[in-house]
Ligand binder design. Structure first.
Ligand SMILES: [Ca+2]
Length: 504
C-alpha cells in the first residue's frame, strides 16, 4: 500500500480507531486515555500543562502537571508564573524586578507585573520615558553649596574639554585648619543605614589626618523603627583623608530616618600632627550618602547578583563615575535598589530652558543639556559660562592675561579683572590707560580722557589741542602763535611756553 495523505494513511501503518495511535494502533493518542476496543476517551487535563504534553496518564486518566503548572486539570500556572505553553516547565516565572514592582505576581496571560509609578516593562525593569531611577550616588551634597565656617572658601572649577571630570557640581570648598563645613540633609527617602562618603582633593604633600564628623539629629530615632539599634556614640565618627585617594568611607555607617532634617558637620581641626602646618588646606568636593545594600528594601525572593558583584557595583559609586561607564549588570542591580528606596521612579523634571528634551537618562536622571549648561536638570550654566537662556550659555572667555580666572558672573558674564583692567572679558585697560595688559596712564596733558591702546595716541583732544599727546595747537600753529590769538587764548593758554605768551 502506498501512503495516502488525503485519507490519513501511511504505508505500513494501520488505520486506527478514533483517538488511537501508534504504528499498530496499540495506544491512545496524546490527550486521551482508557484504551479499549471502543478506542480512547479524552483526558480532562490540559495537554499544555501536563508532563510531555501527554494530557493524562493513559491508564488512570490522572493529570501529572508540569513543574510550574497547577490546577486539577493542569490548566493554570502556579502563583508567580505565567504563559502556559508547550515549554518543558509549562509556565515561566514572573521574575518581577525586586525593586521596580510591588510584588512578584503577574498576569497569567501577558506576564505583566505590578509596576511602581514611573516604571514599565513586563517585569517592571524599565522607566517610562520622562522618568528616572535614582543612582546610588543620588543623595549627594556639594560642599560648595554647604555652609563653610571659619576661613572656608568656595572654589569654582571650570571643566576642561577632553579631560575627565573628577568632581561634581561647580567645584569645592577649600578648608583650612580649624574650619568646618555643615551639610543639611533633609531628603532621606527611606529609613535605613547609609555609608557617608567624603570626596576630596588633597592640596598638601600628605593626607589630612584629623577630620571629625558630627551627625546632628533633630531627635532620637524611633525606638520601633529601622534605626532603633542606633548608638549615640556612632554620631561622632572620625576620618582621615589619605593622599593618593579621592574619597573616604566614614566608619561606621549611619542610620537616617525619612522626613527628618539632619546636619552633618565636618570639622578639620588639624592637618598633620605635630608639624607646624599653618596654611594647610584641602578641597572638599561633596559628601554622599550611599545606601547600605543589605538594608535596602528589595524583595528577598531572589538575589539579582552575587554578593561579590554587588560590592563591586557599590564600590563603583564611591568615586565620581560616568553613568556610561557603569556595567549593565550593575545598572540592573542599582535599578532595583533605587526603585526600592524611592518606591517609584522620579520625574526627570528637566529644565525647559536649559534642556534639549524632557527625557532624561533613565539611570541617575541626567537631562540632555544645551551647550555649556549643566546640573542634573540642566538648570544652570557650567562654570566658565554665563547667560542661561534658550540657546544655552555663552562661554565666559575671560581674557587669559587680563582676568584672574575664567569664571564669570552667571548673569552678565562679567569676569574678575586684574588691576587697571576693565570690560566684561577683562580685555581692555581701564579708561585713561593703554598698553593692555600692562596698562599705564595715557599721556594727554589733561586734554583727552582716552588714548589708543596699542600706541598710546590720545583720542579726541579737547581745548583745540592736537598731537599724539594733545601737545600741539590746532592748525599746526605753534603754541606761541596760538596764544596770541585772543579768541582762543583761554583754550590754549596752558600750553604756552612760559614767558612767550602775551597773556592779557
Ligand atoms: Ca562639588
Amino acid at each position: 500500500m502506498r501512503s495516502d495523505p488525503f485519507n490519513g494513511l501511511v504505508a505500513g501503518r494501520c488505520k486506527c480507531k478514533t483517538n488511537v495511535g501508534g504504528s499498530r494502533c496499540e495506544t491512545c493518542e496524546a490527550g486521551y486515555w482508557n484504551f479499549t476496543d471502543d478506542g480512547c476517551i479524552e483526558c480532562e487535563c490540559d495537554t499544555l500543562g501536563t508532563f510531555d504534553n501527554q494530557g493524562c496518564n493513559q491508564r488512570s486518566g490522572d493529570c501529572t502537571c508540569k513543574r510550574f503548572v497547577t490546577g486539577r486539570n493542569c490548566d493554570q500556572c502556579l502563583p508567580e508564573y505565567w504563559g502556559l505553553s508547550k515549554d518543558v516547565e509549562g509556565c515561566k516565572p514572573c521574575g518581577c524586578d525586586i525593586g521596580g514592582s510591588y510584588d512578584n505576581m503577574c498576569d497569567v496571560i501577558s506576564g505583566q507585573c505590578n509596576c511602581k509609578p514611573g516604571i514599565t516593562g513586563r517585569a517592571c525593569n524599565q522607566t517610562i520615558p520622562g522618568y528616572f531611577v535614582t543612582d546610588l550616588d543620588y543623595l549627594r551634597y556639594e560642599a560648595e553649596y554647604a555652609q563653610g565656617i571659619g576661613n572656608a572658601k568656595v572654589v569654582i572649577r571650570e571643566p576642561i574639554r577632553g579631560q575627565t571630570i573628577t568632581w561634581t557640581g561647580p567645584g569645592f570648598m577649600r578648608v583650612y585648619e580649624k574650619d568646618s563645613i555643615i551639610f543639611t540633609v533633609d531628603d532621606i527617602p527611606y529609613a535605613m543605614s547609609y555609608d557617608i562618603i567624603i570626596r576630596y582633593e588633597t592640596q598638601m604633600p600628605y593626607g589630612w589626618d584629623d577630620v571629625r564628623v558630627v551627625i546632628q539629629r533633630p531627635d532620637s530615632p524611633d525606638p520601633n523603627g529601622p534605626c532603633s539599634n542606633h548608638r549615640p556614640e556612632d554620631d561622632y565618627p572620625g576620618a582621615s583623608l589619605s593622599s593618593g585617594k579621592s574619597f573616604h568611607i566614614v566608619y561606621p555607617h549611619i542610620c537616617f530616618e525619612k522626613g527628618k532634617t539632619y546636619h552633618i558637620k565636618l570639622d578639620f581641626p588639624q592637618y598633620q600632627v605635630p608639624d607646624d602646618t599653618s596654611g594647610a588646606n584641602i578641597l572638599i568636593d561633596s559628601i554622599s550618602l550611599i545606601p547600605v545594600f543589605t538594608e535596602a528594601p528589595v524583595r528577598k525572593e531572589s538575589n539579582p547578583l552575587p554578593v561579590g558583584q554587588i560590592i563591586y557595583c557599590n564600590n563603583l559609586e564611591h568615586e565620581v563615575v560616568n553613568v556610561a561607564d557603569i556595567p549593565a549588570q550593575c545598572k540592573k542591580y542599582m535599578f532595583s535598589i533605587g526603585t526600592a528606596i524611592q518606591n517609584k521612579a522620579l520625574d526627570c523634571d528637566c529644565d525647559p530652558t536649559g534642556s534639549n528634551s524632557r527625557i532624561c537618562e533613565p539611570y541617575g536622571g541626567q537631562c540632555d543639556c544645551k551647550p555649556n549648561v549643566n546640573g542634573r536638570r540642566c538648570d544652570m550654566c557650567m562654570p566658565g559660562a554665563y547667560g542661561f537662556g534658550p540657546q544655552g550659555c555663552l562661554l565666559c572667555n575671560c581674557d587669559g592675561q587680563g582676568a584672574r580666572d575664567n569664571i564669570c558672573d552667571p548673569v552678565d558674564g562679567k569676569c574678575l579683572c586684574k588691576n587697571n583692567i576693565r570690560d566684561r572679558a577683562c580685555d581692555k585697560c581701564d579708561k585713561g590707560m593703554f598698553n593692555f595688559p600692562h596698562c599705564e596712564l595715557c599721556q594727554c596733558n589733561g586734554h583727552a580722557d582716552e588714548c589708543e591702546d596699542a600706541t598710546g595716541v590720545c583720542l579726541e583732544c579737547r581745548e583745540n589741542t592736537v598731537g599724539d599727546k594733545c601737545d600741539a595747537c590746532m592748525n599746526g600753529e605753534s603754541y606761541y602763535m596760538y596764544c596770541m590769538d585772543v579768541v582762543h587764548l583761554l583754550h590754549c593758554i596752558s600750553h604756552c611756553g612760559a614767558g612767550k605768551c602775551s597773556i592779557l
